[in-house]
Ligand binder design. Structure first.
Ligand SMILES: Nc1nc2c(ncn2[C@@H]2O[C@H](COP(=O)(O)OP(=O)(O)OP(=O)(O)O)[C@@H](O)[C@H]2O)c(=O)[nH]1
Ligand SMILES: [Mg+2]
Length: 323
């Protein structure tokens, strides 16, 4: 490792915010030396508590993250926030809103906020987010909060990087609870019903409870199985935050037993390694075999049935991967 990189990493691991910012930018842009940095940083990571928050657009995720950040700061714990800015039209204006809301932290170096755009990331978003979290972790942040919009598989994947996954729902979603349950219901370690000041919070709670009872009767749960608790919050007023903090702590205690955290992390790494491998191979093949527009040309040939896709993929891969 060259000296420059070494002193950069030393500064980063001692908590220097400018080194952290530089490292995150490099990792996010996948700039030259990004992997070198990640390799060097990884051994210093693994100490932070990573908490993922997901839920539909506008559910109050940023407000809740903001409140949780304050909650942990009161306990003298340092916080890193990764906000994945969705490109969805719903949230075109929310990014600015996030910045304004999060300004309340700006005076506090104990909170470091980074927002990331989902734009243009080809399958790499989950990795980039994970890598940014790793860098924050290595820099000594005690708690890392990751906000994503839980509407698609990508977001589910991102949240799988977390030790604790919080799924946020709001009243008035109607049948939406049913619609989204397939994607994000199973990943919740804790449910939050935010905007509980609005009508219908009880109804959402009932729906979650009935889904949970369905799930537990169809599954052979051990007596020690975790049933995600439901916490009602009014994030904009800071209500329910202490209860949420307590629910997180309870889940952490659960994870600490019987090697559960290690088992969970191992499971997460299995998924991540598979994805990393897939991307690495894909990148090699794409970069080596396919020049500009080549993939589009191949796609056109397949679409016109001039080529079969099976032979095509076989040919591309076999040139680089020896059987
Ligand atoms: N009534 C009410 N409004 C809330 C509550 N929590 C947040 N809000 C408001 O809901 C709006 C959206 O909040 P955000 O925190 O930006 O929601 P978000 O889920 O981060 O939104 P996106 O990131 O755009 O998906 C804001 O105007 C908040 O002030 C709550 O508990 N009750
Ligand atoms: Mg937000």
């Amino acid at each position: 490792m060259d000296n420059q990189l070494q002193s950069w990493i030393e500064a980063l691991c001692s908590g220097d915010v400018r080194s952290l910012a530089r490292a995150i930018s490099l990792v996010e842009n996948r700039g030259q030396g990004a992997y070198e940095l990640l390799k060097a940083v990884f051994p210093h990571s693994g100490k932070a508590r990573v908490i993922g928050l997901t839920g539909p657009p506008g559910a109050g995720k940023s407000t809740l993250v903001d409140q949780l950040a304050h909650h942990y700061r009161r306990a003298q714990r340092t916080v890193g926030i990764v906000a994945v800015d969705p490109t969805s039209p719903y949230t075109g204006g929310a990014i600015l809103g996030d910045r304004i809301r999060m300004q309340s932290h700006h005076a506090d170096p104990g909170i470091y906020i980074r927002s990331m755009a989902t734009r243009g990331a080809l399958g790499g978003l989950a990795h980039t987010t994970a890598d940014v979290a790793t860098v924050m972790d290595a820099s000594g942040r005690d708690v890392i909060l990751i906000e994503t919009v839980g509407v698609g598989q990508d977001e589910v994947d991102i949240v799988r990087l977390a030790d604790v996954t919080i799924v946020i729902l709001v009243p008035g979603m109607g049948d939406d609870v049913q619609t989204i349950k397939a994607g994000i219901m199973e990943i919740a370690d804790i449910f939050v019903i935010n905007k509980s000041d609005r009508e219908g919070a009880e109804r959402v709670e009932r729906e979650i409870l009935s889904m949970q009872s369905l799930a537990s009767s169809s599954r052979k749960n051990g007596a020690d199985a975790w049933t995600p608790p439901i916490v009602k919050t009014v994030a904009s007023e800071g209500k329910g935050i202490a209860e949420l903090g307590a629910a997180i702590e309870k889940y952490e205690a659960y994870l600490a037993q019987d090697n559960r955290l290690l088992a969970k992390t191992t499971h997460n790494w299995e998924t991540r390694l598979t994805e990393m491998l897939r991307d690495a191979v894909l990148e090699r093949v794409v970069r080596a075999r396919l020049g500009d527009g080549e993939l589009a040309r191949c796609a056109a040939e397949v679409a016109e049935h001039k080529q079969d896709p099976y032979s095509l993929v076989e040919k591309m891969v076999s040139a680089y991967v020896k059987a």
